[in-house]
Design a protein around this ligand. Structure first.
Ligand SMILES: Cc1ncc(C[n+]2csc(CCOP(=O)(O)OP(=O)(O)O)c2C)c(N)n1
Ligand SMILES: [Mg+2]
Length: 788
């Protein structure tokens, strides 16, 4: 199995009683997690005949590690991201710890019951980090630890917990893992452990040779300390025998594929393989193994460090001594440990048969009818658990020296914008204006994947500084070189600058956006990203939304405004992402005053921890004439509700007699919409312009209201009479965003927008090419009005 590793002392002072007790508990955890899946699949009535599923082998793989962790190490302030497929192990443990009622154990994967994968919003037993999409929950721990560090530096947060990821070895293949690892050391995080469950199996296959070493080297290259947990105590005791090192060398030389296959072979076959290897390298394996019977030989093969409580505790002790960097514990395990499917290539979704379960139940001495039993209060194990947990429970953290105080964000900041402005430009000014509200400014934190300057965060950064836990020298200032950007990096800074890594960006927003829930301290995270690269971090954005995090992000520049950059730099379908993602509200303001109002409201959303949602503003660098510059309460209500009439001909006496049309437009396209409306009026056409600030809000309030049979804001915005008027929808993005409005109309509706990849050109050339310029609007108008 790949490599020889340095061995720590064989016997540190970990008392035998603890080990025996933990071994006994681990057995119960193995039983409960296995039986939980068995029950859900083979005992509980299944109304629809569909597979229920669950992963007994993946669970067994981490039973020993998780038992040792939860019963002997974990403190209440720690946060754990549990490998998704080990959720039954987590629930079994929480049950034995008294944090989950027994009745829930029968509800795995049932409606309203325990979720398939640990969910912080849906599971009842204290999951704080959701997992499911492999690699993501683990990577989130890095940004959790970063958030904790940030809180400590800004608010004196004083009892930091440890962030721990129990991560499958194949999870490391996910790109979001290497993407995230470097940020941990860049920010000097140390309260961070990853325990890698090296069972050398993924869903389909056995890990390729060299993979484990590559993983370890990657951790090291990214500044992590690697702690090896490879051999079990029996193996290690054997290595101490005369010539015992040959066994170690055989283990190290054996390929992953062969080791896995031998886990399924009998002792005689294992011996044959060892002898064959010995002949090749000149080791007298026959002599070495002469007094080892076949059963013991098999036991030796199975005795990997990740299932040996003593070795696990020792690894934890070693890890705990590392104070200056994050730690990766490389724990060798067996997928399906102690089950009949142990180590088998087919075992990922395999489940034990009833006969297997019956045999296991007998072997573990669990009486029929007592399958769900925990430990009776008088049982010495129950008492041991109680005492250990008391010791591990630290006193409550003292109140923050800076109490949240009354946070208030006004509806408007009373800003004045120039006659022509872009929403991206306004965004920078709005952030700076928010700095004037002291309590709000203290909790604002911005982040960006290396595009802070080009998304207009420079003024904010100059004012609030860059966050760096350990102050870094500013050589520009030191050497007297002038620059517009002041890159002051201190622990008081409020901008978290990330590498070009949009996945990290959203994970950072996810964990900053859960600071209140995870650490009792509210942060108001605001991020900026190039809109086309929203898709680059989409999995993490989904993760953040699913976890219930609250944050604001600006996708900017968007659409064709990146015209000169060409091709795929012009975002097309991001509005659909915003609309499709639960928990995130997409707004596309046209005017600076709208953005001001949306930002203020967005911050209020972040403060409403119960019902608030995250907000995505899709912005542009294109300056347009500000048709609205002064906001009124009624106008703000309409902006936030999703849209308002900007050009309204309804009061004209001859309104009903004239040809008339509605133009629903979003964002920068309002410029063209108004121009087309003006031109149409010269031809006697009344072209109303309705500025859709949020197709998302309009759509979802409409859907929610219609489920209740109630009216929605759309009924106010668009009275029945107006639905007989032909319409055009228009945005610099995918036309589906607004085309659904057609479902409300008893008249033709023509959706304009971008459906092809872009290319380099001027805005006007590209608008023309994509049929969203004024000419295209006028043509569409003629079509909906006069063509049958
Ligand atoms: C992003 C993502 N892709 C694919 C899957 C499907 N999947 C679930 S588990 C798994 C293999 C995991 O292997 P490993 O992490 O080694 O865990 P093990 O089951 O071996 O303990 C895969 C491919 C997923 N959950 N998430
Ligand atoms: Mg694995």
């Amino acid at each position: 199995m790949e490599n020889a590793i340095p061995l720590a002392p064989l016997s540190p002072p970990i008392d035998p009683e603890t080990i025996t007790t933990l071994e006994t508990i681990a057995q119960r955890v193995l039983w409960l997690s296995t039986y939980m899946i068995h029950y859900a699949n083979k005992v509980r009535p299944d109304p629809d005949g569909m597979k229920v599923g669950g992963h007994q082998a993946s669970c067994a793989s981490v039973v020993s590690l998780m038992t040792a962790l939860y019963f002997a190490m974990l403190r209440p302030q720690d946060h754990v991201a549990v490998k998704p497929h080990a959720s039954p192990v987590l629930h079994a443990i929480q049950y034995l710890l008294g944090r989950l009622p027994q009745s829930m154990l029968t509800t795995l994967r049932d409606f309203g019951g325990l979720q398939a994968y640990p969910s912080r919003t849906k599971d009842p037993d204290g999951v704080t980090i959701s997992t499911g999409s492999v690699g993501l929950g683990a990577a989130a721990t890095i940004f959790g630890a970063l958030t904790q560090r940030y809180l400590r530096d800004h608010f004196g947060y004083s009892t930091p917990g440890r962030y721990i990821a129990l991560v499958g070895d194949a999870e490391i293949d996910e790109g979001n893992v290497p993407e995230a690892l470097g940020e941990a050391s860049a920010y000097g995080l140390s309260d961070l452990w990853w325990i890698v469950d090296i069972n050398r199996q993924s869903l389909d296959h056995i890990a390729p040779e060299g993979q484990v070493v590559q993983i370890a080297r990657m951790f090291e290259a990214k500044g992590w300390e690697v702690v090896w947990l490879k051999y079990g105590s029996k193996q290690r005791a054997f290595f101490e025998r005369p010539h015992g090192h040959w066994l170690q060398q055989w283990i190290d030389d054996c390929t992953n594929a062969e080791y896995q296959s031998l886990l399924n072979a009998d002792g005689a076959e294992i011996r044959r393989a060892m002898l064959e290897w010995g002949t090749g390298v000149g080791a007298d394996m026959a002599g070495l193994l002469a007094d080892v019977d076949d059963a013991t030989l098999k036991e030796l093969l199975m005795n990997l460090g990740g299932h040996d409580i003593f070795q696990i505790l020792q690894a934890f002790t070693t890890a705990a001594k590392v104070q200056d960097r994050p730690v990766a514990i490389m724990a060798y395990t067996i997928k399906g440990w102690d089950l009949p499917i142990a180590g088998h290539i087919d075992n990922h979704a395999a489940q034990l048969t009833q006969a297997h379960i019956t045999a296991m139940q007998e072997r573990f001495g669990i009486a029929v009818g007592h399958e769900w039993d925990g430990y009776d209060v008088l049982d010495p194990i129950a008492q041991w658990i109680q005492q250990t947990q008391r010791q591990l429970a630290l006193p409550q953290r003292p109140a923050s020296p800076m109490p949240p105080g009354p946070l208030h964000v006004p509806e408007t900041l009373g800003m004045r914008f120039p006659e022509r402005a872009s929403t991206q430009g306004a965004f920078g000014h709005i952030l700076v204006a928010l700095s004037a509200i002291k309590e709000v400014a203290a909790r604002l934190v911005t982040t960006s994947p290396d595009v802070a300057v080009s998304t207009n965060l420079a003024n904010w950064i100059n004012q609030r500084g860059i966050y760096a836990p350990a102050e870094r020298p500013n050589y520009w200032a030191k050497h007297g070189i002038t620059s517009l950007l002041q890159w002051r990096e201190t622990a008081a800074g409020q901008h978290i600058e990330l590498g070009i890594a949009e996945n990290n960006f959203y994970l950072a927003l996810a964990m900053l956006g859960l600071a209140q829930e995870l650490h009792g301290e509210l942060l108001l995270p605001v991020g900026t990203v190039y809109d086309p690269f929203v898709a680059r971090g989409l999995d993490a954005l989904t993760y953040a939304a699913y976890a219930g995090a609250k944050f604001i992000f600006a996708g900017t520049p968007s659409g064709l405004s990146l015209s000169r950059e060409g091709g795929a730099h012009q975002s097309i379908y991001t509005p659909l992402v915003g609309m499709g993602l639960p928990g995130v509200l997409y707004y596309e303001p046209a005017y600076a005053a709208e953005l001001e109002c949306i930002m203020c409201w967005g911050l209020q959303q972040l403060m409403d921890r119960q019902h608030g949602q995250s907000v995505y503003v899709r912005l542009s660098t294109r300056p347009i004439t500000q048709a609205v510059r002064h906001s009124t309460p009624e106008w703000r209500r309409q902006v936030l509700a999703g849209g308002y009439w900007l050009r309204d001909y309804r009061a004209q006496l001859d309104y009903a007699q004239r040809p008339r049309v509605h133009i629903f437009a979003s964002g920068v396209m309002l410029e063209e919409a108004l121009e087309a409306s003006d031109m149409a009026s010269e031809d006697g056409i009344y072209a109303n312009v309705i500025n859709v600030t949020s197709a998302d809000r309009l759509f979802h309030t409409y859907v929610a209201a219609s489920q209740q049979g109630a009216p929605s804001y759309l009924d106010e915005l668009l009275p029945a009479a107006e639905r007989r008027v032909p319409a055009i929808t228009l945005l610099d993005g995918h036309p589906l965003t607004l085309a659904w409005l057609g479902a409300l109309f008893n008249a033709p509706l023509k959706p304009l927008g971008v459906v092809h990849f872009g290319e380099t050109g001027s805005l006007q050339q590209l608008y023309h090419k994509h049929h969203i310029d004024t000419d295209a609007i006028l043509t569409a108008m003629v079509q909906v009005l006069f063509e049958k």
